[in-house]
Design a protein around this ligand. Structure first.
Ligand SMILES: *[C@@H]1O[C@H](CO)[C@@H](O)[C@H](O)[C@H]1NC(C)=O
Ligand SMILES: *[C@@H]1O[C@H](CO)[C@@H](O)[C@H](O)[C@H]1NC(C)=O
Ligand SMILES: *[C@@H]1O[C@H](CO)[C@@H](O)[C@H](O)[C@H]1NC(C)=O
Ligand SMILES: *[C@@H]1O[C@H](CO)[C@@H](O)[C@H](O)[C@H]1NC(C)=O
Ligand SMILES: *[C@@H]1O[C@H](CO)[C@@H](O)[C@H](O)[C@H]1NC(C)=O
Ligand SMILES: *[C@@H]1O[C@H](CO)[C@@H](O)[C@H](O)[C@H]1NC(C)=O
Ligand SMILES: *[C@@H]1O[C@H](CO)[C@@H](O)[C@H](O)[C@H]1NC(C)=O
Ligand SMILES: *[C@@H]1O[C@H](CO)[C@@H](O)[C@H](O)[C@H]1NC(C)=O
Ligand SMILES: *[C@@H]1O[C@H](CO)[C@@H](O)[C@H](O)[C@H]1NC(C)=O
Ligand SMILES: *[C@@H]1O[C@H](CO)[C@@H](O)[C@H](O)[C@H]1NC(C)=O
Ligand SMILES: *[C@@H]1O[C@H](CO)[C@@H](O)[C@H](O)[C@H]1NC(C)=O
Ligand SMILES: [Zn+2]
Length: 409
């Protein structure tokens, strides 16, 4: 069995290498009908490591034209040391381009860092779609819970069934780059390629164009912010970190520690002290991260109104397409606001014809239709190692018509 290694650098400069379950993953599964598989970049380089999105394609040349380069901040392109740690080029704790990696504090007003309403919890999972994530999706579906999922493009290429299933389940899908690069170390064109290839593959598999992204390792500065904003993306960060991905590494978090943190975060003292809600960093990487989520979500739900980040920030249009997403109301219920419109606030038009339609919203029920698909009569969720869940989808009918009941997000 071949295991690929995913190197992740934490915000504070700790480097840990975590294995990611892609041993059984096929390269662009040939039972998934790709419209044009040849337009996607290779997933791995000659050493078997994840390959950066290429910059020498005509697609990237077109995408470069979407950005007004006159205004791009002239931030230093950062470097990694031999251990993969980000090197801070500035002395004396200077942080002229507001790089979150250097202090975990500096943000700009457009960055989403928490849920504004006290008592609200923005549930997020990074690095999918994965084989391990299928059990998480099953669990979330069983309790009618939606989350924000930050997808890696080359993982969507390997687990398109899982991605499609999550979209159909009504989760809020956002971009987490093509190959999980530390973005401040990339050139401008590399940043464009990493974001746009991911947007393209999510659009192909799910029919939606995300307007939000999360920088891998939380690494973002004003140059990355500017390029992302020009492409129409808003960054979603976090204010509470489970460190779940470090489990199994030297000094990594244990289940007891992660549980203890959830106990603190759900304590009366925490709630009494809070002036806003929270966004946590969690992952669908491994059975550990998934099992910890499944264990702790019921505890969270006893004291927080748990929802995707789009809902907690009042974002009715997390995609370019005409899909109206339910958001939290002043009275705490979650519903499509009566005044929701189909217009988007993005500065760029959809890159491809819209294939998704908005659902009708009644007083209590918001329905979303995500792309009728004729791809297959049944598709399996999970890799060949995880075939337990099969979702049936009748040919020619609208799949992914989901009912998002008020208060059940
Ligand atoms: C697939 O993409 C390639 C590269 O962009 C293009 O040359 C080719 O015409 C496309 N094929 C189809 C069927 O769209
Ligand atoms: C882009 O660069 C890669 C790596 O150098 C090369 O393999 C590929 O053929 C190039 N593609 C184009 C379209 O020039
Ligand atoms: C590009 O940005 C500059 C300022 O950074 C502005 O002066 C210029 O009008 C912009 N160009 C376009 C085409 O929007
Ligand atoms: C950007 O920074 C580089 C090196 O720090 C410098 O050489 C260059 O002149 C700067 N460009 C602008 C437009 O300020
Ligand atoms: C919370 O998790 C951190 C690691 O993220 C750990 O260092 C800390 O000990 C945990 N807190 C408790 C009370 O166990
Ligand atoms: C309440 O918040 C203040 C300021 O953020 C902090 O200093 C204090 O430790 C917090 N108390 C509790 C019980 O969390
Ligand atoms: C993870 O969980 C799945 C489903 O329970 C199981 O089939 C698989 O063997 C587990 N993987 C590991 C590495 O424990
Ligand atoms: C909360 O407000 C929404 C409209 O904003 C309304 O539809 C819903 O019935 C209200 N729920 C409660 C429990 O008052
Ligand atoms: C809808 O109404 C809410 C307050 O009820 C307001 O905050 C929001 O901006 C309105 N949205 C639109 C698109 O008018
Ligand atoms: C949104 O667009 C759909 C058609 O795409 C239309 O049926 C619906 O009435 C629109 N909703 C609003 C609130 O404008
Ligand atoms: C498609 O391939 C995946 C991965 O090999 C497999 O799990 C799934 O069962 C296949 N689906 C169908 C419908 O053959
Ligand atoms: Zn990540």
């Amino acid at each position: 069995m071949l295991s690929k290694l995913l190197s992740i650098t934490a915000v504070i400069g700790l480097t840990v290498t975590a294995t990611i379950a892609q041993d059984t993953a096929p390269y662009f599964p040939n039972n998934w009908t790709w419209k044009n598989a040849s337009i996607y970049p290779p997933l791995f380089d000659s050493t078997g490591a994840w390959a950066k999105a290429p910059t020498n394609t005509s697609l990237v040349q077109e995408w470069m034209k979407l950005v007004n380069w006159t205004g791009v901040p002239n931030a230093t392109i950062n470097k990694l040391d031999a251990n993969g740690n980000l090197i801070d080029p500035y002395a004396n704790a200077a942080n002229p381009y507001c790089d979150w990696s250097f202090d975990g504090v500096c943000t700009r007003p457009a960055d989403v860092v928490n849920c504004p309403q006290k008592g609200v919890w923005g549930l997020t999972f990074d690095d999918g779609p994965t084989a391990a994530g299928a059990a998480l999706y099953d669990y979330l579906a069983s309790i009618k819970q939606k989350a924000s999922l930050f997808y890696i493009g080359l993982m969507v290429a390997q687990y398109p069934q899982n991605a499609k299933r999550a979209c159909d389940d009504g989760h809020h899908i956002s971009i987490h780059t093509w190959s999980h690069q530390v973005l401040t170390t990339l050139t401008n064109i590399e940043i464009v390629a990493e974001l746009k290839y991911t947007e393209m593959i999510i659009k192909e598999v799910c029919g939606v164009t995300p307007r939000y992204f999360r920088p891998p390792t939380g690494d973002i500065d004003d140059r990355v912010r500017y390029i992302a904003a020009q492409l129409g993306y808003t960054p979603i960060m976090w204010d509470l970190d489970t460190n779940d991905w470090t489990n199994g590494e030297p000094g990594g978090v244990t289940a007891a520690q992660e549980d203890a943190n959830f106990t603190i975060w759900t304590s009366a003292a925490q709630l009494a002290n809070d002036t806003h809600g929270h966004i946590t960093l969690q992952h669908e990487l491994t059975n550990f991260t998934v099992n910890e989520a499944i264990k702790n979500i019921p505890i969270l739900k006893k004291v927080y109104n748990v929802m995707p980040v789009a809902s907690c920030i009042g974002e009715t249009h997390p995609y370019l397409e005409n899909i109206v997403y339910p958001v939290i109301q002043p009275n705490g219920s979650v519903a499509v606001p009566a005044n929701a419109t189909n217009s988007t606030t993005s500065s760029i038009p959809p890159v491809a014809p819209t294939t998704a339609n908005v659902g009708s919203a009644s007083a209590a029920v918001a329905a979303e239709s995500i792309v009728p698909t004729a791809s297959s009569a049944a598709y399996s969720v999970g890799s060949s190692a995880d075939r337990s869940v099969v979702v049936s989808a009748a040919l020619g009918v609208v799949v992914g018509v989901i009912a998002l009941l008020a208060n059940t997000l």
